[in-house]
Design a protein around this ligand. Structure first.
Ligand SMILES: CC(C)(COP(=O)(O)OP(=O)(O)OC[C@H]1O[C@@H](n2cnc3c(N)ncnc32)[C@H](O)[C@@H]1OP(=O)(O)O)[C@@H](O)C(=O)NCCC(=O)NCCS
Length: 177
C-alpha cells in the first residue's frame, strides 16, 4: 500500500472506493461524515469534469488536486484539495476533503495524506489558506485536523439532518504562511 497523486486512469477504482466508503457513513459505529442518506453514485460527467479540473493550473479558478492510498488494484483512501469558491478572487484558498475506508484507518494513512497535501500547498506561492468543513459528531476527523494545526472558526447548528440526526457543521482553517 502506498500514497501517490491521483491519475486520470485511476477514476474507475476511485469510484469503487467512493461507493464502498459511502456505505460506511454512520454505520457500525462510524460517525456520520457525509450529508447524504444514499450511497455515492458516479455521474457520467464525473470523469470529464475530473480530467478538466486536475489539469487546471492552481492559478485558475476551480482547480483540483488529489492524492490516494492504493495497492494499485483498489483505492482505499482519498484526499482532495479544491479551489472553492471557484473564483479568481479566491485563488489564495482551497477546500480540503478526505475519506479513508474503515479497513485502513488508525494506521497513519490519514496523517500521511494530510501532511502531503499541506506540504504541497505550502510550496504553492499563490495559496495562503486551506479550509474544511467537519461535522461536530466526527471526533476522529476533528482530532486529526486539530493535530495538523487547523483551527475552528465557526459552527452552523443543525445544518443537516441525516438519518434523523441533527448535524452541526464546523468550519476549520489552516493558515499556510
Ligand atoms: C478521520 C480520518 C481521515 C482519520 O484517518 P486515520 O488514517 O484513521 O488517522 P491516523 O491513523 O493518521 O491518526 C491521526 C490522528 O487522527 C486522530 N484520530 C484518528 N482516528 C481517531 C479515533 N478513532 N478517535 C480519536 N482520534 C482519532 C488522532 O488525533 C490521531 O492521532 P494519534 O494517533 O496521535 O492519536 C478517518 O477516520 C476517516 O476517513 N474517517 C471517515 C471519513 C471522514 O470522517 N472523513 C472526514 C470528513 S470531514
Amino acid at each position: 500500500m502506498h500514497l501517490r497523486p491521483v491519475e486520470l486512469a485511476d477514476v474507475p477504482m476511485l469510484v469503487r472506493h467512493r461507493v464502498r466508503h459511502s456505505k460506511e457513513n454512520g454505520k457500525d459505529g462510524d460517525p456520520i461524515f457525509r450529508p447524504f442518506e444514499t450511497d455515492y453514485v458516479a455521474q457520467e460527467s464525473d470523469q470529464r469534469q475530473f480530467t478538466e479540473l486536475l489539469q487546471k493550473p492552481v492559478t485558475e479558478p476551480g482547480w483540483l488536486r488529489s492524492w490516494i492510498v492504493t495497492d494499485e488494484e483498489e483505492v482505499y483512501g482519498e484526499l482532495a484539495l479544491v479551489n472553492q469558491p471557484a473564483l479568481a478572487t479566491a485563488l489564495h484558498r482551497c477546500l480540503l476533503m478526505m475519506g479513508l475506508e474503515r479497513s485502513i484507518r488508525r494506521q497513519g494513512w490519514g496523517s500521511k495524506l494530510i501532511s502531503e497535501a499541506i506540504s504541497w500547498a505550502r510550496e504553492r506561492p499563490s495559496l495562503d489558506w486551506i479550509s474544511l468543513n467537519v461535522f461536530e459528531n466526527n471526533l476522529p476527523a476533528k482530532a486529526l485536523y486539530t493535530k495538523f494545526g487547523f483551527r475552528a472558526v465557526g459552527t452552523t447548528r443543525d445544518l443537516f439532518r441525516v438519518y434523523g440526526k441533527s448535524i452541526d457543521d464546523t468550519h476549520m482553517v489552516l493558515r499556510l504562511r
